[in-house]
Design a binder for this molecule. Structure first.
Ligand SMILES: [Zn+2]
Ligand SMILES: [Zn+2]
Length: 441
């Protein structure tokens, strides 16, 4: 009896399935081209906008993206994603896979999730909408934008697997702004474990008009390095600098000298380098004392390893060391210089560029800017670019008086129309990178 009920129920369900599926297939066959990318973007836009507002209003710093993670998982589940890949080193990451069950490559689309601290615990300007509700923390690098877009792209693609093949891995990555984001995901071996063969990402580009997307092949963003220079000398009364080393004045000379080095000691046409001092401190107490030490910190941006010498010339580290030993002696101080490596340079794989960008240009309704570009910013997406062929796109966010400022500014905003363009970019790339053509346009 039980079996009979079961089998009757099964037959009914099977009939309903065939009937309903047949119906919907017939309907779409009768109305070819009814599903358009613009239509799909319009349908998901409300979710993307709502997610953007929510994440922007509740920014979280790197490695602490707990609520952002919860929100993204909740929405992904509602879109039909059921399995999430846990990461030990980046426990706040959200990683899920769309398996089309068709042969094809495994590609990954990546967004970040983390916000940034505001200097002095400041607040996001009241004129902004959406606006951070958390004092001292703000999404002023657009990671809320990228995460919301990736969520929307996951929603469009899961409904349209007929325009894809292979697998799409969605990586919502924590901690781009601090160490332990992309580098931890790579170090954990997740790219290898998931068989990822190509990766793509986009980043808000302040000042670039909405509708414009930019991409440049080869090395496009510099590697970052951080340095500390400890200067020591003889303390004296400020009224008698001749009795000591005048460490503050010596430090001022060293800062100037360091900043000039790229322009005068390095062939910057072929070896772009920036040395910037961003923090100076001394153990000074009273204003009538010249202190015996100073600490100078900053960043060095370059496309090369600072300790490796090119075929002709010296390594950047060697050039700095040479300068500091001479200049320190001239100013009667000693100095100790050390470098900590940050993210490597970001590399847009030329073969992948050639296979994707022409097709993207054919399908892109706005401006696809392929002007060669090298920026001295750095980005931890670079860690992926050392592992598999990758492309990193710039997304225009400026319209009217929104999106005019660069990232990391407290005045950073985006025009919400940028969200739709980011969605289009991700869904077009997913098709081109897995199938080689664009069906949903
Ligand atoms: Zn940033
Ligand atoms: Zn960023």
């Amino acid at each position: 009896m039980k079996n009979q009920i079961k089998s009757t129920t099964f037959m009914f369900l099977l009939f309903s399935f065939v009937f309903l599926t047949g119906c919907s297939m017939k309907a779409s066959a009768l109305t070819p081209g009814k599903t358009t990318l613009t239509g799909e973007i319009d349908k998901i836009h409300e979710l993307v906008l709502r997610t953007y507002h929510s994440i922007h209003g509740h920014p979280e710093l790197g490695k602490k993206e707990f609520n952002t993670q919860k929100l993204i998982i909740k929405e992904l589940k509602e879109l039909g994603y059921t399995e999430f890949i846990a990461s030990t080193l980046t426990p706040t990451a959200v990683i899920t896979i769309l398996d089309t069950k068709k042969p094809g490559p495994v590609i990954a689309l990546r967004s970040e999730m983390d916000a940034r601290p505001l200097a002095g615990g400041g607040k996001e300007p009241e004129s902004h909408s959406p606006r951070s509700l958390i004092p001292g923390v703000m999404h002023n690098c657009g990671h809320d934008v990228h995460a919301s877009i990736l969520l929307g792209a996951a929603g469009i693609l899961i409904k349209n697997t007929h325009v894809l093949s292979g697998k799409i891995v969605f990586i919502f990555q924590p901690a781009e702004e601090i160490k332990g984001g992309a580098d931890d995901i790579v170090n954990e071996g997740l790219l290898k474990k998931l068989g990822i063969q190509k990766m793509f990402a986009q980043h808000s580009a302040g000042g670039t008009p909405v509708g414009t997307v930019s991409i440049s092949p080869g090395y496009t963003l510099a590697g970052s390095n951080y340095f500390t220079l400890n200067v020591k000398g003889k303390q004296s009364h400020a009224a008698m600098p001749s009795e000591g080393s005048d460490v503050p004045l010596a430090s001022a000379h060293l800062i100037q000298g360091l900043s000039y080095l790229p322009a005068r000691r390095i062939d910057i046409t072929n070896r772009p380098v920036i040395i910037s001092v961003s923090n100076v401190s001394t153990t000074a107490g009273a204003l009538n004392v010249l202190p015996p030490d100073a600490t100078i910190k900053g960043t060095i941006r370059a496309f090369e390893d600072l300790t490796e010498a090119p075929a002709k010339g010296k390594s950047i580290k060697k050039i700095i060391d040479n300068y500091l030993s001479g200049a320190s002696a001239a100013h009667d101080v000693t100095s100790e210089f050390s470098i900590r490596k940050g993210a490597p340079p970001t590399y847009n794989n030329p073969e992948l560029y050639n296979s994707v960008v022409k097709k993207l240009g054919d399908a892109w309704p706005g401006v696809l800017d392929t002007t060669p570009y090298r920026g001295m910013f750095s980005e931890d997406f670079s860690y992926y670019t050392r592992e598999v062929p990758c492309l990193y796109f710039g997304l225009g966010i400026r319209k009217g008086n929104l999106g005019t400022k660069g990232v990391h500014s407290v005045d950073f905003t985006i025009h919400p129309d940028a969200l739709k363009h980011g969605l289009r970019l991700m869904t077009l790339i997913a098709q081109i990178a897995t199938r080689g053509d664009v069906l949903l346009k």
